[in-house]
Design a protein around this ligand. Structure first.
Ligand code: GLN
Length: 536
């Protein structure tokens, strides 16, 4: 039977609860424990995948095709523990399922209530992660203690504490300890109130993790311990990290958090080997070179819309001990004729996207990369733009386009499956989750992966139109990967270019700091070479 760690947040949102949960997971993994990690989101949307990137940042996709909250990306990157449909559940989904059961008559006409019906449904979703090969389930509760939507989730995790026994459940509360500049003082009151709110529901925090701008003095720690009712050793400080979020596991481990949890659960395990984390931090703190990468997208004003892409670029840089200088380029600025931003970069990445806005700017950037020999990496919409650019400017098909952008395009080089000849199966639904891909021997991607079959995650509706395979290959584009039956194009590249690789899938979802994705490592490697040529 697995043990449970619940992570709640207090005072304000945006404290980095997901990163803290992921870091705790990574420490437990380093101690030889088998973990699973999940997030409960108290909002009423049923499906996180349909939420706007403007409000919620990137949609993270799992192997089994779930479209989830971006915190799951942190979980996989930090811990390597697989996430799935079970790992992200919204309140909307819970209510929906309970109401469906009610309509089916499953409750035999009894009164359906928040407690026990909704709380039981929440508990069953948490317990669904329990398995014989799982030691600890970490469960992050989205939102902040005190939110109306969140209270039933807190009730459910309180009940789990009662049912499993307090030795088998730990409650970690992530709080904010502000420094009030005018008073020159650190304030503990918001934390006291947030912990009191938890106690009102019946949850005693076992550990307090304090996000703070300045280190906490012993006096402040003692005050937090006394007023929040946690032992002094369980007051953990998490000040803003200097270089990278990957310092968080080390920050928490230095204060004995993993040991504390093991003692709480009465489990003995050897000390954690944190060498992989130290190596990552060392590469970040002591870079040997630096590269400038331009990411040409349309959600640039939004910090989190390309979260996994930015992380994977960081991982590629860790692989080469390079410092990443990220230039976020709004594709619409390129369309307005201002191309200065792509003149001095060592690599250009065009990420995924939906809809026509900003497409021509992306195509311009790709043409520039192709003609000037600048390393280029296209992802999903990035591949679709790359083949449109190639068709227009190399194959002289000026009207080439995607039917997503121009439904009646004269040369629909990118279109829905059913718009292609001879294809009857599969509707206009998303291709979602893991698909196998066969690599063409001798290509750059086959060399980078070092194998001939791979599996990567997808999230798109449109595909390369097979009717155009011959014309693009005759003009020098290489089909470097397809589905195992050869039916769908997954990767294109240009052999004569230092690094021109575009993929229909999302490799960024499977990159880790100590296990950088081979295509991101390859792209950054090519960019490092270009930087050396330029400066040397
Ligand atoms: N909009 C494109 C499609 O649906 C690309 C999607 C993406 O980049 N994730 O096929």
């Amino acid at each position: 039977m697995a043990k449970y760690i619940f992570i709640t947040g207090g005072v304000v949102s945006s404290l980095g609860k997901g990163i803290t949960a992921a870091a705790i997971g990574s420490l437990l993994t380093s101690r030889g424990l088998r973990i699973r990690i999940m997030k409960l989101d108290p909002y009423l949307n049923v499906d996180p995948g349909t939420m706007s990137p403007y409000q919620h940042g990137e949609v993270y996709v799992t192997d089994d095709g779930a479209e989830t909250d971006l915190d799951l990306g942190h979980y996989e990157r930090f811990t390597g523990a697989p996430t799935s449909k079970k790992s992200n559940v919204t309140a909307g989904r819970i209510y929906w399922d309970v109401l469906e059961k009610e309509r089916r008559g499953d409750y035999l006409g009894g009164t359906v209530q928040m407690i026990p019906h909704i709380s039981n449904e929440i508990k069953s979703r948490i317990r669904a992660l329990d398995d014989k090969d799982v030691d600890i389930i970490l469960c992050e509760i989205g939102g902040t203690v005190g939110d109306i939507e969140g209270s039933i989730f807190l009730e459910a995790i309180r009940e789990i504490g009662l049912e499993e026994g307090r030795d088998n459940v730990a409650y970690i509360h992530l709080t904010y300890v502000p420094f009030i500049a005018a008073a020159g003082e650190v304030k503990t009151k918001p934390s006291q109130q947030s912990v009191a709110k938890l106690r009102e529901i019946g949850i005693m925090a076992d550990v307090l993790i304090c996000r703070a701008e300045v280190p906490l003095s012993m006096e402040v720690r003692k005050k937090l311990s006394l007023f929040c009712n946690v032992p002094l050793s369980s007051v953990i400080e998490e000040t803003d990290v200097k270089h990278s979020i990957y310092e968080v596991p080390l920050v928490l481990s230095d204060q004995g958090l993993d040991e504390l949890l093991l003692v709480h659960f009465r489990i003995a395990r050897p000390q954690a080997d944190l060498t992989p984390w130290r190596k990552v931090i060392n590469a970040i703190r002591n870079p040997k070179s630096s590269v400038t990468i331009g990411v040409v997208g349309k959600y640039q004003e939004l910090q989190d819309a390309y979260k996994s892409i930015f992380e994977a670029l960081d991982h590629g840089c860790i692989a080469h001990s390079a410092k990443l200088n990220l230039v976020k380029i709004a594709s619409e600025d390129l369309e307005r004729g201002d191309t200065s931003s792509i003149e001095n970069v060592d690599g250009i990445l065009v990420p995924g996207g939906f809809g026509g806005r900003g497409i021509e700017g992306k195509i311009l950037a790709i043409q520039h990369a192709r003609e000037k020999g600048i390393p280029f990496f296209g992802i999903c919409m990035g591949l679709q733009c790359a083949v449109i650019e190639y068709a227009r400017n190399v194959c002289c098909l000026q009207e080439a386009n995607s039917t997503e952008i121009e439904q009646k395009a004269a040369d629909p080089i990118v279109c829905l499956m059913e718009e292609q000849k001879d294809v009857t199966e599969m509707g206009a639904t998303m291709r979602l989750g893991a698909w196998d891909c066969k690599l063409t021997p001798g290509t750059k991607v086959a060399k980078a992966y070092g194998k001939s079959e791979i599996s990567e995650r997808h999230r798109h509706r449109y595909e390369f139109n097979n009717a155009y395979r011959d014309v693009v290959t005759e003009h020098g584009l290489t089909i470097a990967g397809t589905t195992p039956d050869g039916g769908l194009v997954e990767i294109v590249e240009i052999a004569e270019h230092p690094w021109f690789v575009a993929v229909q899938f999302h490799p960024e979802f499977k990159s880790q700091p100590f296990n950088p994705h081979p295509l991101f490592a390859g792209f950054i490697g090519a960019a490092v070479n270009r930087e050396k040529e330029r400066s040397g």
